[in-house]
Design a protein around this ligand. Structure first.
Ligand code: PEP
Ligand code: MG
Length: 540
């Protein structure tokens, strides 16, 4: 048994096999091998494994999307048995004494080129299939699955680090816990772990040979045990049961009011990254969605999501929430959330760079497409829009002008839309200092304490070395929070907090005292915050 210590990102206990996330690196290197026949056997074994994967995908697709779409996976299986393909791979390995990865990649490239040159449109399209199936075999050969995670049962996922673009591809139903070597407690992987309500650790230097071994993660203590003995396993199974019992007690708060002992009410909403999170929002009885991080729709796509694709996602969320408020934050990429097809330049200081509203205000096409999709969806529920990273009145006016232009266009086209509140995130010190003026321009403020702490304390939220300095309880932040809510109310706007601090139950009483109208937290934290509200007495 080995015991490794790291830093806790989210509490809880997870027990299961360890799996190492490997970056999807499709660059294939040519290597000379001594035993071509053994390499050919390795190639055939990988092909069989790839076919098994495809069979599972076929069966899943058959249930979820029907025969026509599922057929694709069968055709991929057939391609792997194609005699020309197999002979080409074997020939390259035998005659050139190269590794199987190289032989498969070369064969795939050649075949794809032949298909691409054909006149027939259908055959042309097969080039992409050959590439896809080739990448799958290379993935198996090099131990890298499509999503970077090789698992068919729930696992404790160990990774060097996870970028938001990688986490969106994970099959989350198979992740029991995240454990990373790098990353910071304020990163988006940490936020994801909280949303999923699973234990997570950072700063753990795990050995490479722990793949497949049994492991226990103690999220609160910041410990992972690999290969635990039976005694420890039994102890942690018991701990997990106790956690389950506590969760059941919180369950009793479902359907109850968010009201203090002396009668002060507050809205408790949820933060989400996409349609899939709505189930846990409903499950945990949130009053609405206070932050829909819409950039995850862009991170999940290979290209700019179209107006219709976005409309369908926003409409679905609005309909599932059945009239409860859904606050959609417009695109907030840049900094740690990089999207390849935006082709953003590398920057020396990305957190202070071209991100969020700065991109939208210089990319009318992107901004207008998103606003049209949101307005169209607003006809199907109660939707509000909020703009991130605001620093000036001018930016707010430009955002509002674009929203007005979109409404006018929809009027002309006869497309209906609802009554949409417009708000801004207060996450820069500049916005705090002019919040008296900003409040008169918008319907609401939502404080992004993650970025506000980063910019106020001059601490990169992504830098793990600074975790101990990153103090969201710093008096500067608490004073700002009071100033923001006072200015909001004086200017006729309501105010909420959607950064991670909103879920800090040691401050719930303080937020209520300050006069906040709403706290938006990870779905897993809703009932805990409700419990804290109901145990507060402001007149005591
Ligand atoms: C924040 O900055 O507090 C926030 C809610 O936004 P994000 O974490 O997505 O930057
Ligand atoms: Mg932010």
């Amino acid at each position: 048994m080995i015991k490794l210590e790291g830093k806790s990102v989210f509490g809880g206990v997870a027990i299961g096999p360890a799996a190492i996330f490997r970056k999807t690196d499709t660059t294939v290197r040519r290597e000379t091998i001594d035993d071509p026949e053994a390499e050919i056997v390795r190639y055939h074994e990988a092909t069989e494994k790839a076919k098994d994967e495809l069979q599972k995908l076929y069966e899943k697709a058959l249930v979820e999307v029907g025969e026509d779409s599922a057929f694709l996976f069968q055709s991929h299986q057939m391609m792997l048995d194609d005699l020309d393909y197999v002979e080409s791979v074997e020939n390259i390995i035998r005659t050139q004494k190269t590794n199987a990865e190289y032989a498969v990649a070369t064969t795939g490239d050649n075949m794809a080129e032949i298909f691409a040159m054909m006149d027939d449109a259908y055959m042309k399209e097969r080039a992409a299939d050959v590439k896809d199936v080739t990448n799958r075999v290379i993935g198996v050969l090099s131990g890298v699955s499509g999503s970077g995670m090789n698992a068919s049962e729930p696992v404790i996922l160990l990774a060097d680090d996870l970028a938001p673009s990688e986490t969106v591809q994970l099959d989350k139903s198979l992740v029991l816990s995240f454990v990373t070597r790098h990353g910071s407690t304020n990163s988006h992987t940490a936020i994801l772990a909280r949303t999923m309500n699973i234990p997570a650790l950072i700063g753990v230097d795990y050995p490479e040979d722990c793949e497949g071994k049994m492991a226990i993660v103690d999220g609160a203590a910041g410990i992972i045990y690999i290969d635990p003995d039976e005694k420890l396993l039994a102890e942690y199974r018991e701990k997990k049961n106790e956690e389950q019992k506590k969760a059941e007690l919180l369950e009793q708060l479902k359907g109850q009011d968010n009201v203090t002992k002396d009668g002060t009410r507050i809205n408790i909403y949820a933060n989400i990254g996409g349609v899939a999170d709505v189930a846990s929002v409903l499950e945990n009885d949130a009053g609405g969605i206070g932050l829909f991080r819409s950039e995850f729709l862009y991170l999940e796509s290979e290209d700019y999501p179209t107006e219709d694709e976005q409309f369908n996602a926003y409409k679905k969320v609005a309909q599932m929430m059945a009239g409860k408020k859904v606050i959609i934050r417009t695109l907030d990429i840049g900094a740690d959330k990089q999207v390849d097809y935006f082709d953003l330049d590398k920057e020396d200081n990305p957190a202070l760079g071209y991100r969020a509203i700065r991109i939208c205000l210089t990319r009318d096409d992107v901004f207008k497409t998103q606003l049209r999709a949101i307005y169209r969806a607003s006809h199907y529920g109660t939707i509000s829009i909020m703009f991130p990273m605001i620093i000036s009145m001018d930016e707010v006016r430009r955002c509002k002008a674009m929203a007005e232009l979109v409404r006018k266009e929809l009027d002309v086209e006869g497309i209906p839309y609802g009554d949409v509140e417009l708000g801004i995130m207060i996450e820069t010190p500049a916005a705090v200092m002019i919040s008296d003026e900003l409040a008169k321009e918008v319907d609401f403020f939502s404080v992004g304490t993650n970025d506000l702490t980063q910019y106020t304390l001059a601490i990169d939220r992504q830098n793990p070395r600074l975790d101990d300095f990153y103090d969201p309880h710093h008096p500067a932040i608490l004073k700002m929070l009071k100033m923001i809510v006072d200015n909001a109310h004086a200017g006729g706007a309501w105010a909420g907090i959607c950064g991670e601090l909103g879920a800090d139950t040691t401050l719930t009483g303080e937020f209520l005292r300050m006069g906040y109208d709403e706290l938006s937290v990870s779905p897993s934290m809703i009932l805990k915050v409700r419990d804290a509200v109901r145990n507060t007495n402001l007149s005591a």
